[in-house]
Design a protein around this ligand. Sequence first.
Ligand SMILES: [Zn+2]
Length: 276
Amino acid sequence: MHAVTLPRAPRHACRGLLLALVALAAAPPAMTRADGREAPATPVRLVDHVRPLAKAMLERPREAAQVLEGPAVAAMRNDRSPGRTWMARLGGTTFRVTTQDASKVGVEHVLEQVQRLPARYRRCLEIVSEPQKDGVAIYADLQGAAAHGSQDYLNMIPAANVFVVLHEAGHILEQRATSRKPGILARWATAAAADRISVSEYGDSITHEDQAEFALVHGIALDAGPEHLEALKALSPRRFALWEEILALAAAPAPGAAEPPGAPKDRPAKAKAPKG
Ligand SMILES: [Zn+2]
């Protein structure tokens, strides 16, 4: 008798992410009790430092993304279900958007969130739009996850916002960097321990989620301005330096530079099969 083979779970099924991100744009927790006395000390995490900046990130005016072509009829890569696909451009970044018909959303829904991405993070859109990939793909349901991100796909549910994209950019860019220089996540674990501060509760679960949550926190600080980036660097210097290295290895453009040396965009990376 054959055992039933269950479909292999994608490597990064970010299940706890959505609730955390909905909470991110909400007001920070009160630090004093109703009676005015100081509340007991609560653990301070990096996400607490950027939480007050998150709402402004959603409200700031943005450069508009443009649809270049589409829609064309498509079969979704996860399950061959019917969908539509477009090519779009945001500044100098060209990328694909694919939506499952059952998701009931189109390209505009995706662009509204994606166009909030800081320029350095847009490299993740190019990576998931390489040949044979769906680009930013929206599914009606991802079995309870908010999103799945790897250098082979960026799948999200319709409710996922720019904070989800920043987190998944962490996975996408780390995998691309690791395919060029192995051992990054082991170094990340060392860096996180040395920094002696948690990124977020969700990040505490496992090293690659700590790293993706740092990408989220860094993206919010980057968008808010240099002083916020400096503050983050002071709080978590070793993660900060390693994330800069990952961005360079993944060929995310440095501020003011067209292309970091030694990391050509056109060199094909070895595609890595998702691991369960
Ligand atoms: Zn994740």
